[in-house]
Design a protein around this ligand. Structure first.
Ligand SMILES: [Zn+2]
Ligand SMILES: [Zn+2]
Length: 237
């Protein structure tokens, strides 16, 4: 299985990342990717970008060095109702909205019942196409309930490569369990590098191992084909 688009990357605008859009795109081109989603953290993350950053993504060229550039956000889920830190008027203009739970955004230490409730509420928002790093042990979730909600809403769950090599220590067993449930349910998956610096763009080895080991099928992996990705995101080209 090949991943053709990195659907989770951060620029310097995220406040704790170190590359520009051009640098991320250059690395994506060097690694042979066809598309790159720029998914900076939503404004609630400590040190995060202003709302205007997402409005200004309209200035992105359609492609850089032959790599299709998708505007996006990794929005923060900020309450139990699944409210995001980016208003609808901004969400509707982006190619790809992913949402997740992050420290320092009002959701710390709530436990699995409340985390699950918040994530499921966010999944019911039709703008939310994927949930970022659901395997993070800092925000435990009831995985069977989450996968069932993914089935009902068509939301992709992310298997995040950085969770195995750089961030969120202890994610691997959670992601393995999640991947098995996903394989069984046939629900969509997105693979992301979660690059906070250009060199990490296109790094998917550990995530692919987990997916293959669990028996997740290629057709379930949204960004294993550009055609599948564009259909999933309702993009024409
Ligand atoms: Zn994240
Ligand atoms: Zn991220």
């Amino acid at each position: 299985m090949q991943i053709v688009a990195d659907m989770h990357t951060h620029t310097i605008a995220s406040g704790h990342a170190y590359s520009t859009v051009n640098e991320l795109a250059q690395e994506a081109a060097r690694k042979g990717l066809l598309a790159l989603a720029v998914t900076d953290h939503g404004p609630a993350i400590p040190g995060g970008p202003h709302l205007y950053h997402f409005g200004a993504m309209r200035f992105f060229p359609q492609s850089i060095q032959g790599v299709r550039i998708l505007t996006g956000v990794e929005a923060n889920i900020i309450d139990l109702n699944g409210t995001l830190d980016l208003p609808e008027e901004y969400l509707q203009k982006l190619d790809f909205v992913m949402a997740g739970l992050h420290e320092g955004c009002g959701m710390d230490g709530l436990g699995a019942d409340q985390n699950t409730r918040a994530v499921i509420a966010a999944m019911s928002n039709p703008r939310v196409k994927a949930i970022s790093h659901p395997g993070n042990p800092v925000f435990p979730l009831h995985y069977e309930t989450i996968v069932e909600a993914a089935r009902q809403t068509g939301t992709a769950l992310e298997i995040n490569n950085s969770s195995f090599i750089i961030s969120r220590k202890g994610s691997r067993p959670n992601c393995e369990s999640l991947a098995e449930l996903i394989a069984h349910a046939g629900t969509p998956v997105i693979v992301g590098s979660d690059a906070h610096i250009a060199q990490v763009v296109g790094e998917f080895t550990a995530a692919l191992e987990v997916l293959e080991c669990a028996g997740v099928r290629e057709e379930q992996v949204i960004n294993s084909s550009l055609e599948r990705l564009f259909a999933f995101l309702d993009l024409t080209s």
